[in-house]
Design a protein around this ligand. Structure first.
Ligand code: PAF
Length: 282
């Protein structure tokens, strides 16, 4: 496994992969890797000739400097895990490499950016759009792999690829969960043992809501009970719980089995903001 830091190091490698006519898979990450990331790497190594993983904590997608400062960084452990997982290349750029000058470009992802993550984290998707575009241009993969846990990010990136005609395909990999259901996330590393237990409320609300909606209970009742469960639980704060179309992110205020539907949730557990989602009708 080769670790590279600059575009100059990557270009000759890319040229020889291209000349060989080989397929390059790409897994963009912000490091602090867990099994969910390794699932993306496994998908890539299974179907592509070469796999490159990027590790870059992208400053432009954090709308809170506290969140950016506290984002876990575990580079040595990440590299060891990637070596064991069979990644061929790891791209670890500096901020100056990816952002040699201040950026002025602003993305508008339409409706996607006015709801849920877009509404609660202003500027977040602009930062994601910027860094992912830069990485796609630089790495030039044939396919890129993203986790379904960041469902709205997936919708944003699909729109980015379509609107800017990036010549690559996107593969979405199901959310990896801990045995008790908590969605794996780099942010889980920041939970203390008590918060780790409290964090289970997100997944239990999702699974109970899915069951109740499919049994015919109205969405308004399910939503009100979820809000109540959070206001009764210590040390948690619900930001949103929404019923929506998983690609357009159209938000519904009633549940029908007429088309694809997912539930999305965001909540604070102590100081840590967590998100999760569950398809009801895929
Ligand atoms: O999902 C993430 O880890 C990040 O948003 C991404 C796609 C690597 C861009 O920084």
């Amino acid at each position: 496994m080769k670790v590279i830091h600059t575009e100059a190091e990557w270009k000759p490698i890319w040229s020889s992969i291209f000349k060989e006519g080989k397929q390059l898979g790409f897994v963009p990450t912000m490091g602090a890797l867990h099994q969910g990331h390794l699932d993306l790497v496994a998908k890539s190594t299974a179907s592509m000739d070469y796999t490159v993983v990027s590790i870059f904590v992208n400053p432009t997608q954090f709308n809170s400097s506290e969140d950016f400062q506290n984002y876990p960084q575990t580079l040595e452990a990440d590299l060891a895990q990637l070596e064991a997982a069979g990644a061929d290349f790891v791209f670890v750029p500096s901020v100056a490499t990816l952002y040699p000058h201040p950026t002025h470009l602003r993305f508008d992802f339409g409706d996607l950016e006015h709801v849920l993550e877009g509404a609660f984290r202003p500027g977040h998707f602009n930062g994601v759009g910027l860094v992912v575009s830069k990485l796609f241009h630089l790495i030039q993969p044939s396919r890129a792999f993203f986790g379904q846990k960041d469902l709205q990010q997936v919708a944003v990136i699909k729109r980015l690829v379509q609107d800017l005609s990036f010549d690559l395909s996107i593969e979405v990999v199901p959310t990896r969960r801990e045995k008790d259901g908590l969605a794996m996330s780099s942010r889980n590393m920041r939970l203390n043992p008590e918060e780790r237990i409290q964090a289970l409320l997100l997944y239990s609300c999702l699974t109970q809501a899915k069951e109740r909606l499919l049994a015919g209970e109205p969405w308004t009742t399910v939503l009100a009970d979820t809000q109540k469960a959070f206001s009764n639980a210590a040390n948690t704060k619900l930001e949103y719980f929404a019923l929506l179309h998983p690609e357009t992110f159209e938000i519904f205020d009633t549940f029908t089995q007429a088309g694809a539907r997912s539930l999305c949730i965001a909540a604070y557990v102590g100081p840590v903001r967590l998100i999760d989602n569950l398809p009801i009708i895929p």
